[in-house]
Ligand binder design. Structure first.
Ligand SMILES: [Ca+2]
Length: 343
């Protein structure tokens, strides 16, 4: 059964650090041979200057900086921190949350239409991701990004990854996109209403309101366009949806999966999916819609995955969602929320 970390009500880190168990234990600083934060930061300061970050930016970012004095424990073995796909989706897609999503879709319909036209992503998916990442901007993280990333980079585990993200964060400040004081995000450095890591920000963030800044913290047009640009850059198809829940022939569930075979590689969620096959092939194997009807008669490939007693057939767009956050619970929540937003 697919299990994911509980992230209810909190925006998670995404992409490379999704589902990372973060443990920032300050006493480690006293370990033999381990540099103090201050001496470690001196080295990073020089590295930033060598990379071409302006001295003024480095000074403002690092002077007086201390590690965040808190321990974040997200040990995946803790029962209360683990939810099934069903539980995760049910807890996130409450009646009130779906209602808010529809209200946001209506309130932002003009911006959404313009963004959809430019980037080729249907509005309902943009609203769904916006909602799941930051509750439509209500919760986009309160941690200073530079401080969080510096703490994680110093802490050692995945230190190289976080040091790179720290350098990208400085680059963003250096370019004048955001003031240090308002550059906030999650514990793992996922920033703003899109929850982009700094590296993703540099690749995908957009200035859609035309004020010269790519503001994923405070500009709704920039937020929606940045999500759309991210999806578009990873091959989103505007004429397709994400997929659907299906029924497998009773007693032959394992046989259907074995006939096609699971993938060898990819992130964990991708490894749980079969190789893609045409819908007509799935139909021939006895796969039906969840109400027992025939699969759509379109020439399209889909992959199958199961979680508990349920099964889904998903299209290429679903894999783009996994790129945003590689967890079936996340991608299914996005898809199902999008399905419940009126068009
Ligand atoms: Ca802007």
């Amino acid at each position: 059964m697919t299990r994911v970390h509980a992230a209810i009500g909190t925006a998670r880190s995404r992409v490379t650090v999704a589902l990372l168990a973060v443990c920032v234990a300050l006493p480690r600083a006293q370990e033999p041979g381990r540099p103090t934060f201050e001496s470690w930061l001196d080295g990073v300061r020089q590295e930033a200057l060598d990379r071409g970050i302006r001295p003024d930016t480095v000074t403002r970012a690092f002077d007086g900086l201390t590690p965040l004095e808190v321990v974040v424990e997200r040990d995946r073995t803790q029962a209360e921190a683990v939810l099934t796909v069903d539980e995760y989706v049910r807890r996130r897609l409450t009646t009130g949350f779906v209602r808010t999503a529809n209200e946001k879709a209506r309130a932002e319909r003009r911006t959404l239409a313009r963004v959809a036209a430019r980037y080729g992503v249907q509005p309902r998916f943009l609203v769904a991701i916006w909602g799941l990442e930051s509750n439509f901007g209500r919760f986009s993280g309160v941690r200073p990004v530079v401080q969080a990333l510096a703490t994680l980079a110093w802490d050692g585990r995945r230190g190289a990854l976080f040091k790179n993200e720290l350098m990208y964060a400085l680059e963003i400040v250096d370019r004048g996109d955001i003031e240090l004081s308002v550059m906030k995000g999650s514990w793992a450095g996922a920033m703003g209403q899109t929850q982009f890591m700094p590296s993703s920000y540099l690749k995908h963030a957009e200035d859609f309101d035309g004020d010269g800044h790519r503001d994923i913290w405070g500009s709704t047009p920039d937020v929606l366009a940045s999500i759309a640009n991210y999806l578009g850059n990873y091959g989103w198809k505007a004429d397709q949806t994400w997929g659907r829940e299906v029924k497998l022939p009773r007693g032959r569930e394992d046989h259907v999966v074995a006939q096609v075979g699971l993938r060898g590689g990819g992130c964990r969620a991708e490894r749980e999916m079969t190789e893609p096959r045409k819908l007509v092939d799935w139909q021939a194997l006895g796969v039906r819609t969840v109400t027992g009807g025939a699969l759509p008669r379109v020439d399209r490939e889909a992959s199958l995955f199961r979680s508990g007693s349920r099964a889904w057939l998903v299209y290429a767009n679903y894999e783009v969602l996994l790129g945003y956050n590689c967890a079936h619970a996340y991608a299914l929540a996005v898809g199902q929320l999008a399905d419940r937003i009126r068009r």
